[in-house]
Design a protein around this ligand. Structure first.
Ligand SMILES: Cc1cc2nc3c(=O)[nH]c(=O)nc-3n(C[C@H](O)[C@H](O)[C@H](O)COP(=O)(O)OP(=O)(O)OC[C@H]3O[C@@H](n4cnc5c(N)ncnc54)[C@H](O)[C@@H]3O)c2cc1C
Length: 312
């Protein structure tokens, strides 16, 4: 691993370039081998120079947010992991109902700031999703009938697909029909190669600030009651249309199933948790075992919601 060197970047990034960084430390599941390189760009210029360096060394690139939806293989990632900082964590109130957010802003911070600016429109329902805006747009994250797509009006992205004619990572804007068409249940308009750098959101004015604030507390409580405390990567499977994956899995008797230190949560059957020293292989095997049981017993083909890195 890391035969290539990214030498073009040496000494050029404010936060430096780290080598062999355990991804387990950057993912909520607490598993995942090392990234050959970790780069934390603080602005667009740095982000583009990282992508250019990866291109010239022919290394794959993976952008991560909070790592709360990722299952990374035990062998790690043989390329450059990008975790955005600096301007990508900025958040500002632009007009009465318009908010501009960097791609790495945490969802909880976004929701809290919206309430300070007297904006809500149901965005409080997303409180507690432990990810960033970039991850939320990629996944069209949602909870309690609200999804991030309800609020997004414009995305600024970088296309990471190398264009030999131009040899420069291209920035583009996604808006209007094209943007709306790209969102569906737990999937967003970003193609695999795109990095979300910035977004504009439209959020309705809050009708009752106290009620909205109280709702944040309710969301916190609900998550405490429903979600396991052990490390996880959120729901393992998408809900099949009109059904709950958790209820189906529970009905198939999978709660408590184990593979090494991986366990189907006894609290919520659509969570597989790390009970200590689970490997990515254990977690993945257990997910596949659950999937097979559900197919056999209920005839339902569950689809993974986890994003896999280096696993089939
Ligand atoms: C306890 C728990 C509860 C959860 N509850 C919910 C819930 O209620 N609803 C829900 O929808 N999800 C939930 N999740 C899953 C997860 O938090 C969301 O999917 C979240 O939006 C992922 O964001 P992230 O920043 O952690 O993304 P990551 O996990 O870091 O990445 C996920 C995907 O997004 C991509 N990505 C990340 N940042 C960018 C970017 N800037 N540009 C382009 N692509 C990017 C990654 O490459 C990857 O493909 C939960 C997870 C946990 C652990």
């Amino acid at each position: 691993m890391a035969a290539k060197s990214m030498q073009g970047l040496e000494g050029r990034l404010k936060r430096g370039l780290e080598r062999r960084v355990p991804l387990a430390n950057l993912c909520t599941m607490k598993v995942g081998g090392p990234a050959a390189f970790l780069a934390e760009p603080v602005d667009l210029e740095e982000l583009r120079s990282i992508i250019r360096a990866a291109w010239s060394d022919d290394l794959p690139v993976l952008v991560i947010g909070s790592g709360s939806n990722l299952l990374v293989c035990d062998e790690g990632f043989p390329g450059v992991v990008i975790r955005m900082q600096g301007v990508f964590r900025r958040l500002s109130h632009k007009a009465p109902t318009s908010v501009e957010s960097g791609g790495a802003v945490l969802i909880n911070r976004l929701v809290e700031r919206c309430l300070v600016w007297d904006l809500s429109g149901g965005i409080e329902s997303l409180y507690g999703i432990p990810g960033t805006l970039g991850g939320a747009v990629r996944m069209n994250a949602g909870a309690h009938e609200h999804e991030i797509s309800n609020y997004i009006v414009e995305l600024e992205c970088i296309d990471m697909e190398r264009n030999h004619a131009e040899d420069e990572p291209q920035i583009y804007i996604l808006e209007g029909e094209e943007l709306a068409r790209g969102f569906a249940y737990r999937t967003g308009p970003l193609a695999g190669r795109d990095v979300l750098t910035k977004a504009v959101l439209q959020i309705p004015v809050c009708e009752n600030r106290e009620e909205s604030k109280a709702r944040l507390g309710e969301m916190k409580e609900l998550r405490k009651v429903k979600h396991p405390r052990e490390p996880s990567a959120g729901s393992v499977f998408r809900n099949p249309p009109g059904k709950s994956a958790g209820i189906i899995i529970e009905r198939c008797g999978c709660k408590g199933w184990r593979e090494g230190y991986a366990e189907v949560s006894r609290k919520h059957a659509n969570f597989i948790v790390n009970m200590g020293e689970a490997s990515a292989r254990d977690l993945y095997r257990l997910a596949m075992k659950v999937r097979s049981a559900v197919l056999e017993k209920e005839g339902v083909e569950l689809e993974l919601e986890w994003k896999l890195v280096g696993l089939p």
